[in-house]
Design a protein around this ligand. Structure first.
Ligand code: FAD
Length: 391
C-alpha cells in the first residue's frame, strides 16, 4: 500500500529540518526521512565540536519557523566584533555598533540547532518522521515520486526534496550534473580555552596556507576554532602532541587571546566546492549541501542552505494555496531562480578570497594589506560589507 503525502524531505540536517519546520501546520502533508534520528535534546554539560556562524537573516528565518526561542533557551553566543587580519600586514575591525546592531551574528552549536528544530517538528500535526530509515529506491513518474524504504513502507508524493548533504544520494539517484573541485584545503575544528577573554569577538587570521578563525562561545575564555589549511599541514596539525598543538595554536593567532590552555578533540574535514548545475527537475529539488558546498572561511554554507529552505518553502506553500501541483517544474523553477544567483555569487566570492589570501606575489600582498586598511578607515564601505555579510 502506498501512503500519500505532498512532500518528502530526505535528510534531517539543519536545512532539511528547517524546511519541514517552515511547512509545519500548513495544508501540506510532509514526510521527513533520515538514516539517523537527530536528538531533540542536547547535553549542555559538554560542548559540541561543530558550530556555525549564523547571520541575522538566518536568525529571522529560524524565528519565523518557531525554532529561535528554543535555540536561544539552549545555547547561543552572539558576537559583537570581528577582527580580520593578514599575517603579512593589513587589518580590519568590524563592530556591530557601526551598523547600529547589538551583534554581528550568532555562534551556535549544530547540535543545538537540530535539537530545537526537532522539537518544532515533533509538535507539528502535518509532519511525519521516518528516522532512522534507509531509503531503498526513489522513482519519479508523471504524477510525482515514489520512495521505498528498507522497512517496506512505500510513499508517493508530488515533490521530493534532497536535503541529504554533500554526498547526496538524491542528487546521484536523479543524476543532477555537478561541478566539483577540491579547495585543496582541510578544515580542522575543535574547541579551545584561552587565558584572555574573547569579549564576544571573533578573530580570523589569514595565512598563506589558509585562514584560522577563533569563534567565541558562551563562556568568556571558550572558543571554537576552524583552521583551514593545505592537506599536508592539516595532517601535521592533526598529529601534533597536545602540548605542542596548544603552543602552536596560540602563536598562530599571534597570542591575541593569550595562551591556549586546553584543546578538545580535533576533527578534520576535506573541503570541496560543489555546485549542482540544476537545482530542480520535475518533482525533485535539491537544497543545502546537497546542492552546493562552499569553503567555510566566511561561515556561509549553512546560511545559504537556510535561505534555500526558506525560498523553497515559500514556493511549495504558494503552489498548495493555489491548488497547483507542488512538484511541477514551474513551481520548483521559481525556487531555483530565487536562489541560484545568490549561491553562485557567494561561491565565486569565496574562490576570490581564498586565491587573494594565498598569493605570495609581493604586489598582491601589498595591495590586499592596503585594501584591508583602507576599508577599515572608510566607514561607509565597511558598513556596506557588514550589512552584506549579516543579512
Ligand atoms: C569546518 C566547517 C565549518 C563550517 N562553518 C560554518 C559556519 O560557520 N556557518 C555556516 O553557515 N556554515 C558553516 N559550514 C557549513 C555547514 O556546516 C553546512 O553547510 C551545513 O551543515 C549543511 O547542512 P545540510 O542540512 O544541508 O546537510 P547535512 O548537515 O550534511 O545534513 C544531511 C542529512 O542528511 C542525512 N542523509 C545523508 N544521506 C542520507 C540518505 N541516503 N538517506 C537519508 N538521510 C541521509 C544525514 O544523516 C544528515 O542528517 C561549515 C562547514 C564546515 C565543514
Amino acid at each position: 500500500m502506498k501512503q500519500q503525502v505532498d512532500v518528502i524531505i530526505i535528510g534531517a540536517g539543519v536545512v532539511g529540518l528547517s524546511l519541514a519546520a517552515a511547512l509545519k501546520d500548513s495544508a501540506l502533508s510532509v514526510l521527513i526521512c533520515d538514516k539517523q534520528r537527530p536528538s531533540s535534546v542536547v547535553d549542555l554539560s559538554v560542548s559540541h565540536p561543530r558550530v556555525s556562524a549564523i547571520t541575522h537573516a538566518s536568525r529571522d528565518f529560524l524565528k519565523a519557523v518557531g525554532a529561535w526561542n528554543l535555540i536561544a533557551s539552549l545555547r547561543v553566543s552572539p558576537y559583537r566584533e570581528m577582527h580580520v587580519w593578514d599575517a603579512k600586514g593589513g587589518e580590519i575591525h568590524f563592530n556591530a555598533a557601526e551598523v547600529a546592531r547589538a551583534n554581528l551574528g550568532f555562534i551556535i552549536e549544530n547540535a543545538v540547532l537540530t535539537a530545537a528544530l526537532m522539537q518544532v517538528i515533533d509538535n507539528a500535526t502535518n509532519i511525519t518522521c521516518q528516522m532512522p530509515a534507509i531509503v531503498e529506491s526513489m522513482i519519479t513518474d508523471e504524477e510525482g515520486v515514489c520512495v521505498t524504504l528498507a522497512n517496506g513502507q512505500v510513499f508517493q508524493a508530488q515533490c521530493l526534496v534532497g536535503a541529504d548533504g554533500a554526498n547526496s544520494f538524491c542528487r546521484e539517484t536523479f543524476a543532477f550534473p555537478l561541478q566539483e573541485t577540491s579547495y585543496e584545503h582541510h578544515a580542522i575544528v575543535c574547541d579551545v580555552k584561552t587565558t584572555l577573554s574573547h569579549e564576544n569577538s571573533a578573530y580570523q587570521r589569514f595565512m598563506q596556507q589558509g585562514p584560522l578563525a577563533f569563534l567565541p562561545l558562551q563562556e568568556a575564555h571558550h572558543c571554537s576554532i576552524v583552521w583551514s589549511t593545505v592537506p599536508e599541514h592539516a595532517k601535521e596539525i592533526m598529529a601534533m602532541e597536545e602540548d605542542f598543538f596548544r603552543d602552536y595554536l596560540s602563536k598562530a593567532l599571534e597570542l591575541r587571546l593569550g595562551d591556549v590552555t586546553a584543546v578538545g578533540m580535533r576533527y578534520s574535514f576535506p573541503l570541496t566546492k560543489r555546485h549542482a548545475r540544476d537545482y530542480v527537475k520535475p518533482h525533485v529539488a535539491l537544497v543545502g549541501d546537497a546542492c552546493h558546498t562552499i569553503h567555510p572561511l566566511a561561515g556561509q554554507g549553512m546560511n545559504l542552505g537556510l535561505m534555500d529552505a526558506k525560498a523553497l518553502a515559500k514556493e511549495l506553500l504558494a503552489a498548495k494555496a493555489k491548488q497547483r501541483h507542488v512538484g511541477s517544474l514551474s513551481t520548483l523553477r521559481r525556487y531555483e531562480r530565487a536562489r541560484k544567483e545568490a549561491n553562485q555569487t557567494m561561491l565565486l566570492a569565496m574562490d576570490g578570497f581564498k586565491k587573494l589570501f594565498a598569493s605570495e606575489n609581493d604586489w598582491v600582498v601589498k595591495a590586499r594589506g592596503t585594501g584591508l586598511d583602507i576599508v577599515d578607515k572608510c566607514p561607509p564601505l565597511k558598513r556596506l560589507f557588514m550589512l552584506q555579510a549579516m543579512d
